[in-house]
Design a protein around this ligand. Sequence first.
Ligand code: HEM
Ligand code: PLO
Length: 484
Amino acid sequence: GKAEPRPRYPRSLPSLPIIGSLLHLTNNCQFHLLLHSLQKKYGSLYSLQMGSQYMVVVNHYLHAKEVLLKKGKTFAGRPHTVTTDILTRNGKDIAFATYSPHWKFLRKQVHASLSMFGKGTLALEKIICREAASLCESLSSFQDTLLDMAPELNRAVTNVVCSLCFNSCYRRGDPEFEAMLQYNEGIVNTVGQKSLVDIFPWLQVFPNKDLALLRSCIEVRDQLLQKKFKEHKKALGSDSVNDLMDALLRVQLNMENNNSQLALPLELTDDHILMTVADIFGAGVETTSTVLKWAVLYLLHYPEVQRKIREELDQKIGFERHPQLSDRQQLPYLEATISEVLRIRPVSPLLLPHVALTDTSIGEYTIRKGAQVLVNLWSLHHDEKEWDKPEEFNPGRFLDEEGNRIYSPSPSYLPFGAGSRVCLGEALAKMEIFLFLAWILQRFTLEVHPGQPLPALEGKFGVVLQVQQFKVKARLREAWRDGV
Ligand code: HEM
Ligand code: PLO
């Protein structure tokens, strides 16, 4: 008779010695770079064993698209990890929740609210421009001194998502804002797969400094969320839906009233609302501010790029009015620069881990149910067959010969992921990055002191690819001096 074809599994790294070196390397090496370099020896698709977890690493865009798009639903699971379970009350959010009818429903609701507050109205553009104006004001008050822009950028993006989620915003020095910055930093530094407890869950029983820090940060976050939640619940009687929290509370109310009409017995608990808002809030702040910091750092390293953006701004907008969203079409070089920043330093170099929900395959390889899949976006964005000199920062690669913007010169480019887990904030993030950079560069020249060494371009791998701290001088341009 005919024999069953034998399953072919991805080539696997020798497990014991590698575990040893992985654990050793993740502390000071960059996990995504390590996984990128392992391709040389093991090919673009390989597997490794992390503690008890079997992981498949995808480094080529064709495999990535199979996982995210063609078989997006099959690979829409997320792993349980110790730290994200603590962060999200066992996956009651969107980003870290595995596939379920609940997740699907919640994602749909949030998507709908975000587009309602976003594209549908001019309100969001107004909010971003209000924060851009305040950011520029702060920058000019620090004029000619070396400044760490991170807290200023952070406040600007925080206020945008704060308006979106809670219909409120913070002034500089507000203690609640300072507390938020602090707990966010703590969470970013402790959550995610690099921490050992996520590889060896049994380590949890031992006292763990990171875990204790994570817990205390989450406690501060929860108090803040709870306060907002109470305020919103109290005000829900009035008809207006002003923000994401209102919108979700309204959905909850409607569901309680006509649950019998729903096809599935879904419920939207208070925990789901809190964790989802926390997700959007955290994602909204951490990602956008990280991209802005990367953009500023690259503009310092490549002053000719900065000069070209300013020339484009001077030509198309001038000094009589502020940049607005409708200028995006007219500023292809700025748009290309943003695309290039997202290519060369992807915010999320390994996306978030995906999990196979059934037995399936990638290419010719068999993948078993429960396998974790890491899509190495870094490898996609630095593939030498797809990108000419991938480590070179060159916005021109996103432009055609006339300098008009082309969408993407290579299919090996997915800064926001793709498919059923694609980023929910892509439109919002792009609006913010565009407007903040346009406002800043219309008014300021960003520089470091002559002779001062430039901050390094290496990132620090974590739940986002972080920039190391650096200082800049924002010099007000000629046309804006003397109160013009
Ligand atoms: C997920 C990128 C900004 C909300 C993701 C993923 C990536 C990503 C790569 C993971 C996709 C996957 O696992 O396959 C980015 C980048 C941003 C950005 C590069 C900024 C330039 C934002 C903003 C928000 C947001 C501003 C909030 C409004 C989310 C959410 C998820 C997500 C909720 C989880 C989706 C899911 O698991 O179903 N993002 N993001 N992101 N992003 Fe973003
Ligand atoms: C950032 C710190 C917050 O306190 C909590 C939080 C929530 C959602 C996370 C975000 C953090 C980091 C960036 C993440 C986002 C969900 C999607 C996004 C992981 C941990 C990306 C880039 O995938």
